[in-house]
Design a protein around this ligand. Structure first.
Ligand SMILES: [Cu+2]
Length: 138
């Protein structure tokens, strides 16, 4: 019996890899003081499919607005810029990490407390919708 369950688990994870298209790993949101107007989400977003995937919009029920941003230094000043054409080629992984690309989560409509799982919806050019969960931590 135990062997059977193990075999099923292995089968399930293999099929998830071959069927998955957009995947997010290690999604997290940096915990912020209660009054914070903007929070940032991080993680690795990958394309497991054989075709390019364009993300045309993103949202979260916990925030008024969600955007993908990149951080750059212009004349010694840190600037954030929205990534408007987010296209992932097959096999590509976008690494969202502190100091670089991030999901800018604007105007929370509820308390964003530690360990909360924040759902973020991504919509592709083809109208496919994905929901990924980002856990709030320090
Ligand atoms: Cu930002």
């Amino acid at each position: 019996m135990r062997f059977l369950i193990l075999a099923l688990l292995i089968f399930t994870s293999f099929s998830a890899v071959s069927e998955g298209q957009l995947v997010l790993e290690n999604g997290w949101v940096r915990a912020a003081p209660p009054m914070a107007k903007n929070l940032a989400g991080y993680g690795e977003l990958g394309n497991n499919s054989s075709q390019s995937i364009s993300i045309v919009s993103m949202s979260s029920p916990f925030f008024k607005k969600v955007e993908a941003h990149k951080t750059s230094f212009v004349g010694g000043m840190m600037k954030m810029q929205q990534i408007t054409n987010m296209q992932l080629k097959p096999g590509v992984i976008f690494k969202f990490a502190p100091g670089g690309m991030h999901f800018m989560l604007m105007k929370p409509n509820r308390a964003i407390t530690e360990n909360l799982e924040v759902p973020i919806h991504l919509t592709t050019e083809l109208g496919e919708k994905y929901t990924f969960y980002f856990v709030v931590k320090k």
